[in-house]
Design a protein around this ligand. Structure first.
Ligand code: FAD
Length: 319
Protein backbone atom coordinates (compact mmCIF):
# COMPACT_ATOMS: atom_id res chain seq x y z
CA UNK A 1 0.00 0.00 0.00
CA UNK A 2 1.12 3.56 -0.72
CA UNK A 3 0.67 5.91 2.25
CA UNK A 4 0.56 9.62 1.47
CA UNK A 5 1.11 12.14 4.24
CA UNK A 6 -1.37 14.86 3.25
CA UNK A 7 -0.34 17.93 5.22
CA UNK A 8 -2.97 20.38 6.38
CA UNK A 9 -1.89 23.97 7.03
CA UNK A 10 -3.95 25.60 9.78
CA UNK A 11 -6.45 22.78 9.39
CA UNK A 12 -6.85 23.26 5.62
CA UNK A 13 -5.55 21.14 2.74
CA UNK A 14 -3.75 23.18 0.10
CA UNK A 15 -2.86 22.32 -3.47
CA UNK A 16 0.37 20.55 -2.46
CA UNK A 17 -1.60 18.06 -0.32
CA UNK A 18 -3.89 17.23 -3.24
CA UNK A 19 -0.86 16.96 -5.52
CA UNK A 20 0.83 14.32 -3.34
CA UNK A 21 -2.38 12.29 -3.08
CA UNK A 22 -2.61 12.27 -6.91
CA UNK A 23 1.08 11.27 -7.01
CA UNK A 24 0.41 8.52 -4.45
CA UNK A 25 -2.57 7.19 -6.40
CA UNK A 26 -0.57 7.06 -9.64
CA UNK A 27 2.30 5.35 -7.81
CA UNK A 28 -0.17 2.82 -6.37
CA UNK A 29 -1.47 2.15 -9.89
CA UNK A 30 2.10 1.41 -11.06
CA UNK A 31 2.42 -1.12 -8.23
CA UNK A 32 -1.11 -2.50 -8.52
CA UNK A 33 -1.97 -1.53 -4.95
CA UNK A 34 -4.07 0.98 -2.99
CA UNK A 35 -3.36 4.57 -2.02
CA UNK A 36 -4.23 5.67 1.52
CA UNK A 37 -3.87 9.17 2.95
CA UNK A 38 -2.56 10.03 6.41
CA UNK A 39 -3.75 13.19 8.14
CA UNK A 40 -1.99 14.43 11.26
CA UNK A 41 -3.95 16.64 13.65
CA UNK A 42 -7.23 18.46 13.10
CA UNK A 43 -8.17 19.19 9.50
CA UNK A 44 -11.38 19.93 7.68
CA UNK A 45 -12.05 18.17 4.38
CA UNK A 46 -10.09 14.95 5.13
CA UNK A 47 -12.91 12.88 3.60
CA UNK A 48 -12.50 14.88 0.39
CA UNK A 49 -8.99 13.43 -0.19
CA UNK A 50 -10.78 10.50 -1.83
CA UNK A 51 -11.50 12.77 -4.79
CA UNK A 52 -7.76 12.87 -5.52
CA UNK A 53 -7.27 9.12 -5.31
CA UNK A 54 -7.10 8.05 -1.64
CA UNK A 55 -9.24 4.95 -1.09
CA UNK A 56 -8.92 5.37 2.71
CA UNK A 57 -8.02 8.25 4.98
CA UNK A 58 -6.40 7.68 8.39
CA UNK A 59 -6.31 10.49 10.91
CA UNK A 60 -4.11 10.70 13.98
CA UNK A 61 -4.96 13.34 16.55
CA UNK A 62 -2.78 14.23 19.51
CA UNK A 63 -1.96 17.39 21.48
CA UNK A 64 1.69 16.63 20.60
CA UNK A 65 0.92 17.37 16.93
CA UNK A 66 -0.44 20.86 17.56
CA UNK A 67 2.84 22.57 16.62
CA UNK A 68 5.23 21.05 14.11
CA UNK A 69 8.12 19.18 15.70
CA UNK A 70 10.17 17.10 13.27
CA UNK A 71 10.89 14.32 15.79
CA UNK A 72 7.21 13.88 16.72
CA UNK A 73 5.97 14.06 13.12
CA UNK A 74 8.61 11.50 12.08
CA UNK A 75 7.36 9.06 14.72
CA UNK A 76 3.75 9.71 13.67
CA UNK A 77 4.35 8.99 9.97
CA UNK A 78 6.75 6.08 10.60
CA UNK A 79 4.51 4.32 13.12
CA UNK A 80 1.43 4.88 10.95
CA UNK A 81 3.28 3.36 7.99
CA UNK A 82 4.31 0.33 10.09
CA UNK A 83 0.84 -0.14 11.57
CA UNK A 84 -0.88 0.10 8.17
CA UNK A 85 1.72 -1.96 6.33
CA UNK A 86 2.74 0.74 3.82
CA UNK A 87 5.55 -0.13 1.44
CA UNK A 88 5.79 3.34 -0.13
CA UNK A 89 5.50 6.63 1.77
CA UNK A 90 4.86 9.83 -0.20
CA UNK A 91 5.10 13.35 1.18
CA UNK A 92 5.49 16.92 -0.10
CA UNK A 93 8.98 18.28 -0.68
CA UNK A 94 8.11 21.39 1.32
CA UNK A 95 9.74 22.50 4.57
CA UNK A 96 7.90 19.79 6.56
CA UNK A 97 8.75 17.08 4.05
CA UNK A 98 12.37 18.18 3.84
CA UNK A 99 12.72 18.05 7.62
CA UNK A 100 11.21 14.60 8.07
CA UNK A 101 12.13 12.69 4.87
CA UNK A 102 15.68 11.84 5.99
CA UNK A 103 14.58 11.11 9.57
CA UNK A 104 11.89 8.73 8.30
CA UNK A 105 14.39 6.96 6.07
CA UNK A 106 16.73 6.46 9.04
CA UNK A 107 13.95 5.27 11.36
CA UNK A 108 12.49 2.82 8.85
CA UNK A 109 15.83 1.84 7.27
CA UNK A 110 14.25 2.86 3.99
CA UNK A 111 15.67 4.20 0.76
CA UNK A 112 14.43 7.69 -0.03
CA UNK A 113 14.27 10.04 -2.99
CA UNK A 114 13.82 13.65 -1.93
CA UNK A 115 12.48 16.12 -4.52
CA UNK A 116 11.09 13.68 -7.11
CA UNK A 117 9.26 15.28 -10.02
CA UNK A 118 7.85 12.34 -11.99
CA UNK A 119 5.65 9.34 -11.24
CA UNK A 120 7.79 6.29 -10.36
CA UNK A 121 8.15 3.54 -12.93
CA UNK A 122 9.11 -0.12 -12.92
CA UNK A 123 12.31 -0.20 -14.96
CA UNK A 124 14.30 -3.42 -15.46
CA UNK A 125 12.23 -4.87 -12.63
CA UNK A 126 13.20 -2.11 -10.18
CA UNK A 127 11.03 0.58 -8.61
CA UNK A 128 12.65 3.67 -10.10
CA UNK A 129 12.07 7.31 -9.23
CA UNK A 130 13.22 10.28 -11.31
CA UNK A 131 14.51 13.45 -9.68
CA UNK A 132 16.24 16.58 -10.99
CA UNK A 133 19.95 16.99 -10.19
CA UNK A 134 22.54 19.75 -10.73
CA UNK A 135 19.93 22.47 -10.17
CA UNK A 136 17.59 20.95 -12.73
CA UNK A 137 20.18 20.73 -15.51
CA UNK A 138 19.96 16.93 -15.55
CA UNK A 139 17.90 14.18 -13.98
CA UNK A 140 18.76 10.98 -12.18
CA UNK A 141 16.76 7.75 -12.21
CA UNK A 142 17.09 6.28 -8.72
CA UNK A 143 16.26 2.63 -7.96
CA UNK A 144 14.84 2.15 -4.48
CA UNK A 145 16.05 -1.24 -3.28
CA UNK A 146 14.60 -1.38 0.24
CA UNK A 147 11.30 -2.94 1.34
CA UNK A 148 9.97 0.45 2.41
CA UNK A 149 10.49 3.34 0.00
CA UNK A 150 10.09 7.06 0.70
CA UNK A 151 9.51 9.80 -1.86
CA UNK A 152 9.11 13.53 -1.30
CA UNK A 153 7.50 15.25 -4.29
CA UNK A 154 8.57 18.69 -5.56
CA UNK A 155 5.70 21.20 -5.72
CA UNK A 156 3.95 21.78 -9.08
CA UNK A 157 5.49 18.56 -10.50
CA UNK A 158 2.24 16.99 -11.59
CA UNK A 159 -1.24 18.36 -12.33
CA UNK A 160 -3.92 17.93 -9.70
CA UNK A 161 -6.63 15.65 -11.08
CA UNK A 162 -9.79 14.17 -9.70
CA UNK A 163 -9.08 10.44 -9.65
CA UNK A 164 -11.80 9.20 -7.34
CA UNK A 165 -14.85 9.97 -5.23
CA UNK A 166 -15.11 12.30 -2.25
CA UNK A 167 -16.78 11.23 0.98
CA UNK A 168 -14.09 8.70 1.90
CA UNK A 169 -14.41 7.34 5.44
CA UNK A 170 -11.88 8.82 7.81
CA UNK A 171 -10.58 6.22 10.25
CA UNK A 172 -8.98 7.24 13.55
CA UNK A 173 -5.46 5.99 14.20
CA UNK A 174 -4.19 5.31 17.69
CA UNK A 175 -0.45 5.86 18.09
CA UNK A 176 1.37 7.04 21.19
CA UNK A 177 3.61 9.97 20.33
CA UNK A 178 6.60 11.37 22.21
CA UNK A 179 6.53 14.85 23.75
CA UNK A 180 7.79 17.58 21.37
CA UNK A 181 11.47 18.49 21.81
CA UNK A 182 11.05 22.00 20.45
CA UNK A 183 8.47 24.72 20.91
CA UNK A 184 7.58 27.33 18.28
CA UNK A 185 7.25 30.61 20.17
CA UNK A 186 6.48 32.86 17.21
CA UNK A 187 4.96 32.05 13.85
CA UNK A 188 4.79 35.04 11.58
CA UNK A 189 2.91 34.82 8.31
CA UNK A 190 5.23 36.45 5.78
CA UNK A 191 2.64 37.33 3.17
CA UNK A 192 -1.03 36.90 2.40
CA UNK A 193 -0.12 35.56 -1.04
CA UNK A 194 0.35 31.96 -2.14
CA UNK A 195 3.78 30.80 -0.84
CA UNK A 196 6.45 30.75 -3.56
CA UNK A 197 6.96 26.96 -3.72
CA UNK A 198 3.24 26.52 -4.47
CA UNK A 199 2.72 29.60 -6.64
CA UNK A 200 1.56 29.13 -10.21
CA UNK A 201 2.17 32.76 -11.18
CA UNK A 202 5.26 34.66 -10.07
CA UNK A 203 6.40 38.21 -10.83
CA UNK A 204 10.02 38.77 -9.90
CA UNK A 205 12.32 41.80 -9.80
CA UNK A 206 16.07 42.23 -9.84
CA UNK A 207 18.66 44.95 -9.40
CA UNK A 208 17.25 46.64 -12.49
CA UNK A 209 14.49 47.97 -10.22
CA UNK A 210 17.16 50.32 -8.75
CA UNK A 211 15.70 50.38 -5.22
CA UNK A 212 12.92 49.18 -2.90
CA UNK A 213 10.93 52.36 -3.48
CA UNK A 214 10.29 51.25 -7.07
CA UNK A 215 8.72 47.87 -6.22
CA UNK A 216 5.21 49.21 -6.85
CA UNK A 217 5.46 48.26 -10.54
CA UNK A 218 6.17 44.62 -9.60
CA UNK A 219 3.48 44.60 -6.87
CA UNK A 220 0.88 46.11 -9.21
CA UNK A 221 1.40 43.45 -11.88
CA UNK A 222 1.41 40.69 -9.25
CA UNK A 223 -1.82 42.09 -7.78
CA UNK A 224 -3.49 42.24 -11.22
CA UNK A 225 -2.47 38.67 -12.04
CA UNK A 226 -3.05 37.23 -8.56
CA UNK A 227 0.65 36.30 -8.58
CA UNK A 228 3.28 35.92 -5.85
CA UNK A 229 6.29 38.26 -5.85
CA UNK A 230 9.92 37.11 -5.90
CA UNK A 231 13.36 38.67 -6.35
CA UNK A 232 16.98 37.96 -7.17
CA UNK A 233 19.50 37.39 -4.41
CA UNK A 234 21.27 40.78 -4.43
CA UNK A 235 17.88 42.42 -3.98
CA UNK A 236 17.25 40.41 -0.80
CA UNK A 237 20.86 40.85 0.34
CA UNK A 238 20.41 44.63 0.03
CA UNK A 239 17.21 44.40 2.11
CA UNK A 240 15.13 45.78 -0.74
CA UNK A 241 12.90 42.74 -0.34
CA UNK A 242 12.49 40.05 2.38
CA UNK A 243 14.75 37.01 2.13
CA UNK A 244 11.86 34.58 1.74
CA UNK A 245 11.28 36.10 -1.74
CA UNK A 246 14.79 35.26 -2.97
CA UNK A 247 14.70 32.59 -5.68
CA UNK A 248 17.63 30.68 -7.12
CA UNK A 249 20.34 28.23 -6.19
CA UNK A 250 20.64 29.58 -2.65
CA UNK A 251 17.01 30.66 -2.37
CA UNK A 252 13.65 29.08 -3.05
CA UNK A 253 13.42 26.77 -6.08
CA UNK A 254 10.13 27.35 -7.88
CA UNK A 255 8.27 25.77 -10.79
CA UNK A 256 5.30 28.03 -11.55
CA UNK A 257 3.29 28.00 -14.76
CA UNK A 258 4.40 31.58 -15.42
CA UNK A 259 7.56 33.36 -14.24
CA UNK A 260 7.90 37.03 -15.20
CA UNK A 261 11.41 38.37 -14.52
CA UNK A 262 11.99 42.12 -14.74
CA UNK A 263 15.43 43.70 -14.45
CA UNK A 264 17.13 40.37 -13.73
CA UNK A 265 20.25 39.49 -15.76
CA UNK A 266 19.73 35.71 -15.63
CA UNK A 267 22.89 34.55 -13.84
CA UNK A 268 23.28 30.78 -13.67
CA UNK A 269 22.62 30.82 -9.90
CA UNK A 270 19.31 32.60 -10.48
CA UNK A 271 18.29 30.28 -13.32
CA UNK A 272 18.99 27.26 -11.10
CA UNK A 273 15.91 28.09 -9.04
CA UNK A 274 13.53 29.16 -11.81
CA UNK A 275 14.37 27.18 -14.94
CA UNK A 276 11.66 24.60 -14.22
CA UNK A 277 9.01 27.30 -14.72
CA UNK A 278 6.67 26.30 -17.56
CA UNK A 279 6.72 29.72 -19.25
CA UNK A 280 9.39 32.35 -18.65
CA UNK A 281 8.89 35.98 -19.66
CA UNK A 282 11.96 38.23 -19.44
CA UNK A 283 11.90 42.02 -19.46
CA UNK A 284 15.34 43.59 -19.73
CA UNK A 285 16.65 46.71 -21.41
CA UNK A 286 19.84 44.90 -22.44
CA UNK A 287 19.15 42.72 -25.51
CA UNK A 288 22.27 40.66 -24.64
CA UNK A 289 21.13 39.80 -21.10
CA UNK A 290 21.75 36.04 -20.64
CA UNK A 291 18.21 35.53 -19.33
CA UNK A 292 16.80 35.90 -22.86
CA UNK A 293 18.39 32.52 -23.75
CA UNK A 294 16.16 30.83 -21.15
CA UNK A 295 13.06 32.88 -22.00
CA UNK A 296 9.94 31.71 -23.81
CA UNK A 297 9.00 35.35 -24.38
CA UNK A 298 11.29 38.35 -24.12
CA UNK A 299 10.70 42.09 -24.10
CA UNK A 300 13.73 44.28 -24.71
CA UNK A 301 12.74 47.48 -22.98
CA UNK A 302 12.65 49.60 -19.86
CA UNK A 303 10.79 47.72 -17.13
CA UNK A 304 9.39 50.99 -15.78
CA UNK A 305 7.49 51.35 -19.05
CA UNK A 306 6.78 47.69 -19.79
CA UNK A 307 5.46 46.53 -16.38
CA UNK A 308 2.76 49.24 -16.02
CA UNK A 309 1.61 48.54 -19.59
CA UNK A 310 1.42 44.82 -18.84
CA UNK A 311 -0.55 45.55 -15.65
CA UNK A 312 -2.94 47.74 -17.60
CA UNK A 313 -3.40 45.02 -20.25
CA UNK A 314 -4.06 42.34 -17.60
CA UNK A 315 -6.63 44.55 -15.85
CA UNK A 316 -8.33 45.28 -19.15
CA UNK A 317 -8.37 41.58 -20.08
CA UNK A 318 -9.80 40.60 -16.70
CA UNK A 319 -12.42 43.35 -17.03
P1 FAD B 1 22.22 42.28 -12.11
O1 FAD B 1 23.09 41.16 -12.52
O2 FAD B 1 22.85 43.54 -11.70
O3 FAD B 1 21.22 42.52 -13.32
C1 FAD B 1 20.33 43.60 -13.38
C2 FAD B 1 19.67 43.52 -14.75
O4 FAD B 1 18.69 44.53 -14.84
C3 FAD B 1 20.64 43.75 -15.92
O5 FAD B 1 20.54 42.68 -16.84
C4 FAD B 1 20.18 45.06 -16.55
O6 FAD B 1 20.33 45.09 -17.96
C5 FAD B 1 18.72 45.07 -16.15
N1 FAD B 1 18.14 46.42 -16.07
C6 FAD B 1 18.66 47.52 -15.46
N2 FAD B 1 17.80 48.55 -15.55
C7 FAD B 1 16.72 48.10 -16.24
C8 FAD B 1 15.50 48.69 -16.66
N3 FAD B 1 15.19 49.98 -16.37
N4 FAD B 1 14.62 47.94 -17.36
C9 FAD B 1 14.90 46.64 -17.69
N5 FAD B 1 16.05 46.02 -17.30
C10 FAD B 1 16.94 46.74 -16.58
N6 FAD B 1 21.39 35.09 -7.48
C11 FAD B 1 20.08 34.82 -7.41
O7 FAD B 1 19.23 35.55 -7.97
N7 FAD B 1 19.66 33.72 -6.72
C12 FAD B 1 20.51 32.89 -6.08
O8 FAD B 1 20.06 31.94 -5.45
C13 FAD B 1 21.90 33.15 -6.15
N8 FAD B 1 22.79 32.35 -5.54
C14 FAD B 1 24.13 32.60 -5.69
C15 FAD B 1 25.06 31.72 -5.15
C16 FAD B 1 26.40 31.95 -5.31
C17 FAD B 1 27.38 30.98 -4.70
C18 FAD B 1 26.84 33.08 -6.01
C19 FAD B 1 28.30 33.34 -6.20
C20 FAD B 1 25.94 33.97 -6.56
C21 FAD B 1 24.57 33.77 -6.40
N9 FAD B 1 23.63 34.62 -6.93
C22 FAD B 1 22.31 34.31 -6.87
C23 FAD B 1 24.00 35.91 -7.54
C24 FAD B 1 24.05 35.84 -9.06
O9 FAD B 1 25.32 35.37 -9.48
C25 FAD B 1 23.82 37.24 -9.68
O10 FAD B 1 24.77 38.12 -9.15
C26 FAD B 1 22.43 37.79 -9.38
O11 FAD B 1 21.44 36.86 -9.77
C27 FAD B 1 22.22 39.07 -10.16
O12 FAD B 1 21.04 39.68 -9.74
P2 FAD B 1 20.25 40.64 -10.74
O13 FAD B 1 20.03 39.95 -12.03
O14 FAD B 1 19.09 41.16 -9.98
O15 FAD B 1 21.27 41.87 -10.90
Amino acid sequence: MVLVYAEATNGQFKKMAHEVVVYGKKTADVLGTECHALVLGDASGAEDLGRFGASKVHQLKSPNLEKFDAAVYTVAVAEAAKKLGATVIVLSHNSTGKSICGRLAARLEAGSVPGANAIPMMKDGFFTVRKPVFSGKAFADVQLLTDVKIISVAGNSIPVEELGQGGTTVEALDITLPEPRTKVVKHQVATGRVPLPEAELVVSGGRGLKGPENWGVVEDLAEALGATTACSRPVADSDWRPHHEHVGQTGVAIRPNLYIAAGISGAIQHLAGVNNSKTIVVINKDADAPFFKAADYGVVGDLFEVLPRLTEAVKKYKG
